[in-house]
Design a protein around this ligand. Sequence first.
Ligand code: FES
Ligand SMILES: [Fe+2]
Length: 334
Amino acid sequence: MSETQTTAAPTLTPPRPHTGEVYGAQHDGRYLQNWNPLMLAADLPEGEIVGRDFLGTRVIVYRGKDGKPVVQSAYCPHVGADLSKGCLIDGAVRCAYHHWRFGPDGSCVEIPGESFIPQAVRVYSYPAAERWGLIWAFNGEQPLYDLPEFPNLHEDEVFYRTYHHALRPIEGWISASNLVDFQHLKTVHNIPDPNPVKVDFGDHLIVVRQESDVRVADTQLYGGTWLTLHNQLAGGIERLFMAGSSQVAPGWSDAYFVVAMRKSEAEAMGVEAAEAELARRVDYVHKLYAEDEPILFSLRFRGFHKSALIRADKYFGKFLQYMENYPRAKPFDV
Ligand code: FES
Ligand SMILES: [Fe+2]
């Protein structure tokens, strides 16, 4: 039971100078080595090539003959035509300009009229995957960790819907710092019991648990940009939610989210009622975005060294240092 939908994203007009503009000016061209959601899987029919801005450059996304997604650098190694303007011929991308063709592994399989193809002529293939109604790409040669999961539940146990939110003028990890900014959960979102009982910083995964009389919330943050939440409220009520973004360009990220419920619950109420229930949860997600975005898009982000952090910012500060040390890499076509 996995489908995707697009939703009308709120219109976002960032104030100036906005976070993306300020942060983009200081960016060194290296991006977090993490999984990035590039597009809704439902928007990628077989046989089509879609172009996406990613890591300050551009990639193409298409499905191989086996239906699995392929993500490759978009600019043709010949003289740089955008391969998203080309077409798929027998499972290989044909450049629109001089009709060189490239296979899913990146190798050049045809140069019209030439029998010799230099091995160096290739496009770069990113590790790619389809999961949670999204097409993902990893920034690196090999994924450093597995694709995101919900805490406590397996994908088979979950009924979900996936949405595109918006291209946003902010680094995704600055937005994701909200997770460990426990003060803001109270002041901005009015969550009365935000303080954690556990915050573990792993190499690529941060695990947070919050407990109070009325709820237990388990949250995981993957690669600094994608969080997954299982919130267990009094009376057996559960909330399941994922959100995060891809790294588009310095200071810009493209945000997606997933709302979910236990599959057994969805089956008990029927698909129509389950859809309606998830639609209500989309409203709550939009409320959270609407509360955060005027602040996030206009902030002059100070980072760990210039922020006046206090005791209550213990984990927030640790997160900022964690992100400074998180592995980064330049995209492969620069
Ligand atoms: S630019 Fe692609 S084949 Fe010439
Ligand atoms: Fe927030």
